[in-house]
Design a protein around this ligand. Structure first.
Ligand code: SIN
Length: 334
């Protein structure tokens, strides 16, 4: 081992599956393939120049299509990330993930990883066997970002299509485009290209070491219900009867809720179910007592968190035993 090699940072690459590890029989195929089948060593072999950026420690944590992500796997992943980052010889972690639930995992880890070291998720829209597969360059860029000193204390990051996003803000906005992710309100934190990393803004809300949240293998049951033309209260009543501890409403516009659902929200809140109003719009934020009377309904507003991210925060807040009267300030802070 030469001295250049030993002076390189050591980055742990944890693979969980996804399209980045997908395989199709036909290189022209970018849909209808099987996600999560190619092992981490083969993903790394496709990027020989990684050895000039970092020493790689590789682990296969899972091999799933991320639509099948579970709280138990989140717990396994977060526990492993925390253990690796606790080692003096690991300088950062990269996680390869499917794009479909990446925004949920990224936000969950942003709130539950307990380290200042970089954690960077990446993914791909095209399977590893595709013409112009995007996975290898995304992986190279993710390791570049994880090895960069400016990535410390930024919480969990996502490196995708040459951009760097906060795990809090990023959301998938295209079913097929290689440029599939956006951070709708704040935009990307920066960019990575040809080995260079530049940050253009910093993460301001608390994360990682500065949250009270801890990962657990079982999280409280929180479900999502959409409001739409002709919506009824049937879904809310059924979920409350089934024991849901929290509900996120994917409301119309500024989190507005069909009048036929509003009494169900008030009834659920009265029974001790935490109800959060978010929006199905995809960008913007939901104002307290704006499009619905939260004080009267007993509901909480999600701010700029989309329904899927609001669900992650509500599960963690309920698991942390945060009192109902303090839940709004949790959503205002994180
Ligand atoms: C997945 O989320 O695992 C499949 C889709 C993708 O990674 O693009």
């Amino acid at each position: 081992m030469n001295s250049l090699h030993t002076s390189l940072p050591q980055i742990a690459v944890l693979a969980t599956g996804g399209t980045i590890a997908g395989e199709a029989g036909d290189a022209a195929k970018t849909s209808g393939y099987k996600a999560g089948v190619v092992g981490v060593e083969k993903l790394l072999d496709a990027v020989p120049s990684l050895s000039q950026i970092a020493r790689i420690h590789a682990e296969q944590v899972a091999s799933i299509d991320s639509k099948d992500m579970t709280p138990a796997l989140w717990a396994t992943l977060c526990t492993r990330v925390n253990a690796l980052l606790g080692q003096d010889d690991i300088d950062g972690v990269v996680i390869t993930h499917g794009t479909d639930t990446l925004e949920e995992t990224a936000y969950l880890l942003h709130l539950t990883v307990k380290s200042d070291k970089p954690v960077v998720l990446t993914a791909a829209m095209r399977p590893s066997t595709a013409l112009s597969a995007d996975g290898p360059l995304n992986l190279l860029n993710a390791v570049t970002v994880a090895a960069h000193k400016g990535s410390w204390k930024q919480g969990v990051l996502v490196a995708f299509n040459n951009q760097i996003h906060s795990g809090r803000d990023i959301t998938k906005t295209s079913t097929y485009a290689v440029d599939a992710f956006r951070s709708p309100e704040g935009g990307a934190l920066g960019w990575v290209q040809d080995g260079q990393v530049e940050y253009q803004r910093a993460v301001v809300r608390p994360h990682t070491l500065n949250t009270p949240f801890r990962i657990a293998a079982e999280l409280p049951v929180v479900e999502i219900v959409a409001s739409y033309a002709g919506a009824s209260r049937v879904a809310i009543d059924a979920l409350v009867a089934a024991g849901a501890q929290g509900l996120v409403i994917a409301g119309t516009g500024n989190g507005s809720i069909h009048s036929t659902m509003q009494q169900a929200v008030a009834d659920a809140a009265k029974q001790g179910v935490a109800v959060v109003r978010s929006s199905r719009v995809g960008s913007g934020h939901v104002m307290r007592n704006g499009a619905a009377p939260d004080d009267a309904l007993g509901s909480i507003t999600a701010g700029s968190l989309n329904p899927y991210k609001a669900r992650v925060l509500l599960m963690l807040a309920l698991a942390a035993g945060i009192a109902p009267k303090d839940l709004q300030s949790v959503f205002d802070n994180y």
